[in-house]
Design a protein. Structure first.
Length: 85
């Protein structure tokens, strides 16, 4: 079966469903509008996984937060070292 035949069959089935099923028309409209969002999220997730950006960001934020609290304690006369569990 050629790609053109497959696409034509898919288009016909979509058209028939749209004619017969009101709920399908609503779902199809929503899917059409949200498709770019889904693709963007998928691409972003792949990029994030490849670069470990979220993991690195969380490490940096944790270290900065720990240092901030250590400095607050030291400002009040406590010599404290906070360790991440």
């Amino acid at each position: 079966m050629s790609l053109l035949k497959s696409l034509t069959g898919l288009a016909k089935a979509t058209y028939e469903l749209a004619k017969e099923d009101k709920e399908f028309r609503k779902e199809y409209a929503i899917a059409t509008v949200t498709y770019p969002i889904v693709v963007g999220k998928y691409a972003f997730d792949l990029l994030d996984k490849a670069t470990e950006a979220t993991e690195n960001f969380e490490k940096v934020v944790t270290k900065v937060t720990i240092k901030q609290y250590e400095n607050k304690f030291k400002a009040h006369g406590f010599d404290v070292t906070i360790e991440k569990e």
